[in-house]
Structures are given as structure tokens and as C-alpha cells.
Design a protein around this ligand. Structure first.
Ligand SMILES: Nc1nc2c(ncn2[C@@H]2O[C@H](COP(=O)(O)OP(=O)(O)OP(=O)(O)O)[C@@H](O)[C@H]2O)c(=O)[nH]1
Ligand SMILES: [Mg+2]
Length: 189
């Protein structure tokens, strides 16, 4: 069993930083979901993210304190490999009121698979507070087809399913970080 938590001199585990990327087309609500989770806030106003915006959030998963580095990628800036490097989990978001944003998600899945191979990811349909234009079955079918950990419907506005989704991302990221640490040990031995 690998030692995950490193101990500080005071005896308590020091936080481990994990990188979680959030991708998807413009206007689907990536920034709003992070803001809802990390700041418990929501705004109707559109504020386009410029390039990348990183939010850090402390989270304790059992005995392991984590620092979640949430990489919020602008919808128009998703083709930059550096944004994905070293990611341990990904949230790929589409807008449940805009079917084209689900179609576009295949491109985002391809980027994660190319630039951060073997990174677990969740497919999320946002804006579930509005009348849906994308049937739930489509989201489930897409997530299954591309090999996502799961499909979730959520709403940054109504605060539906947001925290459980980030908690699952934290779990996935820690499992991935553990696997990486194990591989490093194997490479050294
Ligand atoms: N009704 C509703 N509106 C939402 C929800 N989430 C986000 N919005 C709105 O959708 C718009 C876009 O949200 P953003 O969070 O800026 O979208 P984004 O994906 O970060 O967009 P880019 O930064 O351009 O890539 C804003 O006007 C938000 O208020 C939601 O759950 N429900
Ligand atoms: Mg944004």
C-alpha cells in the first residue's frame, strides 16, 4: 500500500495538490460551476474567461487534505496542450439547453485523451434549471461511449449536484495521483 499523505513536522498530513481541468464550449457555465463550488456564488452576467483561470480550493478527503487546483479553460482556448499537462482529473461540460455544445464535447474528450492520457473525466450537462433541449439518455450514451467515469446533470444557478461532482473529481484525482506515485516507485526500483 502506498503512503499517500506526507507528514509535516507537526505530524499532520500536508495538503497534496491535484490538478483538475474544466473544459467545454464557451457559455456552457464552466466558470459558473467553479464559482458555485469554491465561492458559493452565482452571477447571471456573462464574463468570458480569458485563456485560463486557476482557482485553488482546500478539500479533505478522509485523512488526506487536498488542494484542488481547478483550471478553468476558456471555450475558445481549448487547443493548448499545456493546459492539460499533468492533469489528474477533468470535468467536461456542455449546456443542456444547447445540443451543439454536446456535439462539440467530442473534441474536448479527444484533447484530454491526447494531452493528458489516462486522465479520468466526468461528462456534465449544466443548466438543469432550464427546460432541457438534450435528453438525459443522450448524455448517458455519450459519456458511456467516450469512457467517462459518469454522466451528471447539474446547475450552477440552482446549486444542484455541484459539490458532489467536485467531490467525485477529487476522489478520481487522488486515485490517479496514487497510481502515478506507484509508477514512480516502480521506475525507481
Ligand atoms: N440558467 C442557468 N444559467 C447558467 C448556469 N450556469 C451558467 N449560466 C449562465 O451562462 C452564462 C455563461 O456562463 P460562464 O460560466 O461564463 O460560461 P463559461 O463556460 O465559463 O464560458 P467561457 O468562459 O466563455 O468559456 C452566464 O450568463 C451564466 O450566468 C446554470 O446552471 N443555469
Ligand atoms: Mg469561463
Amino acid at each position: 500500500m502506498d503512503e499517500i499523505a506526507t507528514m509535516s513536522t507537526s505530524g499532520s498530513p500536508t495538503p497534496r495538490t491535484v490538478k483538475i481541468v474544466v473544459g467545454g464550449e464557451g457559455n456552457v457555465g464552466k466558470t459558473s460551476l467553479i464559482r458555485r463550488y469554491a465561492k458559493a456564488k452565482f452571477s447571471e452576467a456573462r464574463n468570458i474567461t480569458l485563456g485560463i483561470d486557476i482557482t485553488t480550493q482546500e478539500y479533505r478527503l478522509g485523512e488526506q487534505p487536498l488542494k484542488l487546483a481547478l483550471w478553468d479553460i476558456e471555450g475558445q482556448a481549448g487547443n493548448r496542450p499545456n493546459f492539460y499537462l499533468g492533469a489528474q482529473a477533468a470535468l467536461l461540460v456542455f449546456d443542456l439547453t444547447a445540443p451543439h455544445s454536446l456535439e462539440a464535447l467530442q473534441t474536448w474528450v479527444d484533447r484530454v485523451k491526447r494531452y493528458a492520457p489516462d486522465t479520468p473525466f466526468i461528462v456534465a450537462g449544466n443548466k438543469s434549471d432550464l427546460p432541457l433541449a438534450v435528453p438525459t439518455e443522450w448524455g448517458i450514451a455519450f459519456a458511456t461511449y467516450v469512457g467517462a467515469d459518469r454522466f451528471v446533470q447539474l446547475s450552477a444557478k440552482a446549486d444542484t449536484n455541484v459539490t458532489p461532482t467536485f467531490v467525485r473529481l477529487a476522489e478520481l484525482a487522488l486515485i490517479r495521483a496514487q497510481a502515478d506515485a506507484g509508477n514512480d516507485d516502480l521506475a525507481r526500483s
